[in-house]
Design a protein around this ligand. Structure first.
Ligand SMILES: [Zn+2]
Length: 131
């Protein structure tokens, strides 16, 4: 079975249709299913990965992403955002001894942030943005 690769625009259009029908989609897997159904309404076999779909939803101006997570290894080094792949910014604090300590990592692209106990994304929920 071969899949056609939909364009970003086709995915955006399908996303809009999905969110016109549902205000909230509680998982990435479900969003993929709904968007794929929408894309394939015209008898084509489009396939889209959950990661690509998540990034397109993030870039759109009408979808809000909520990240559910669990605690991960505090020793693990995170340089890239686990949600969108962007470089993470460091939020630093001065110590009483005059040094600097990183207290938080933040992504400027999506809403992801983490403290010392790394937040590992486990589930995503998608909401229609209120205008
Ligand atoms: Zn991010």
């Amino acid at each position: 079975m071969t899949y056609h690769i939909p364009s970003d625009k086709q995915i955006q259009t399908a996303l809009r249709k999905v969110f016109r029908q549902f205000r909230t989609v509680q998982s990435q897997h479900r969003l993929k299913k709904l968007v794929t159904n929408e894309l394939n309404a015209k008898k084509k076999t489009f396939g889209v990965s959950e990661r690509r779909l998540r990034n397109i939803a993030l870039e759109s101006d009408f979808v809000k992403l909520e990240i559910h997570s669990r605690e991960g290894d505090p020793k693990k080094i995170l340089s890239k955002c686990p949600v969108c792949g962007n470089v993470l910014g460091r939020v630093k604090n001065l110590t009483i001894w005059g040094g600097e300590v990183t207290i938080e990592f933040r992504c400027s692209n999506c809403n992801y942030w983490t403290g010392k106990k790394k937040r590992i994304p486990t589930r995503y929920a998608f909401y229609l943005k209120k205008k």
